[in-house]
Design a protein around this ligand. Sequence first.
Ligand code: NDP
Ligand code: HSE
Length: 334
Amino acid sequence: MKDFVNVGLLGAGTVGGGVLKVLEKNAEKIAKEVGKPVRITKVLDRHVDRLKQEYGDKYIFTDNADEVLEDKDIDIIVELLGREHPAKEFIARAFANGKHVVTANKDVLAKYGAELFPLAHEHNCDFMFEASVCGGIPIIGPMKTSMAANQITSIMGIVNGTTNYMLSKMANEHLDYDEVLKEAQAKGYAESDPTADVGGLDAARKITILASIAFNTRFNLDDVQVEGIESIEACDIKYATDLGYAVKLLAIAKNDPENGVSLRVNPTMIPLSHPLAGVNGVYNAVFVNGDAIGEAMFLGLGAGRLPTASSVCGDIIDIARNMQHKSTGRISCT
Ligand code: NDP
Ligand code: HSE
C-alpha cells in the first residue's frame, strides 16, 4: 500500500488553480477524511513557465500529457482542461491505464458519456463529475444516492452562472449586455468560448447530464430544445420587472407518463414571488420533483474558482476513500 493518494491534474486555470489551493489549504483535514494524504504530483498545462513562477517547485509542471497519463504512480486524473478535445481522449487513456477520473467537463460528458462510462466500468475505475453541473452545488451525488429511490417527475433549474450573473446585473444595476458579459468573463465564470453560455448550450449540456441520471436514459444534446439570452436587452428585463416578473434562463426536464421526457432551455418570465426569481448573481438553483421526496431545491454558487474546486475535491476524496476500501467502480452509470 502506498503512503499517498497521487493525483495528476490536467489544466491549472481557474478551476485547476482552485483545486491546488483547496488541496493544499485543507490537506490535514482531507488526510484525516481519507486515511492518508492526498497530493497533486504532476500538472499538465501549456503555461509551464508562468505556473513555475507562481508555485515554485511544489508540483512538477509539464506540457507533455504523456508524462501525467503514463505515470504509474498516479492514481487519479483530474481533467480541467475544458472543451471536447483532447480532454475526451485523455480521459479515455486514463481509464485504459487503470486511473480513476474526476472531471468538470460537461462538453465531454454530454457528448461522449455513452462511450466513456462503459470504459470506466470495464477498467473498474471511478468516473466522477459533480462539478460539471452547477459548480459548487452538490446535485449529481444526491441524485445518484439520496434520491435514487424516487421516480423523478421534473427538474427545473438555473444551471448557468454566467447568464444568471448577466441577467441579474441587467435587472438590478441596469447594465448593458456586453458590459456584463465582459464582467462574467473577467470573474472566470464564462467558458473559454462564452457563446456556449449565452447561447444556452452550456445549460443544455447540464440538463442532458441531469436528465440522464434522473431518468436512467442516455440523452444527448439533440434531445434538447435550446434558446439562449442573446436577444434579451436591458429594456426587456425592465418591462418584465414592471409586470412583476424576473427573466431567468431555465433548463427544464419533464417526465410525462404519456408523452415521455422533454428537455428544453429557454429564457423564462418567472413571477417575482417564485423562489427561483430570487436566485441572483452567479448563484444557481435546481428544483427537483420526486414521487417520495416531493419538491427539493438545491442552491449555491454555480461557477467560480473555489466553489467549483469544492466539488472537484469532494470527488477526489470520494475516490480516495473508495480506493482505501477497495470499492471503486461501485456506483456505475447504468
Ligand atoms: P481555464 O481555461 O481557466 O483553464 C484551463 C487551463 O488548461 C488553461 O490554462 C488552458 O490553457 C489549459 N489547457 C487547455 N487545453 C490544454 C492542452 N491541450 N494542453 C495543455 N494545457 C491546456 O478553464 P476553467 O478552469 O474555467 O474550466 C475548466 C473546466 O471546468 C471546463 O471544462 C469548464 O467547463 C469547467 N467548469 C468551469 C467552471 C468555472 O467556473 N470556470 C465551473 C464549472 C465547470 P489556455 O488558457 O492557454 O487554453
Ligand atoms: N460557464 C459555466 C457557467 C461554468 O457560467 O455556469 C460553470 O459550469
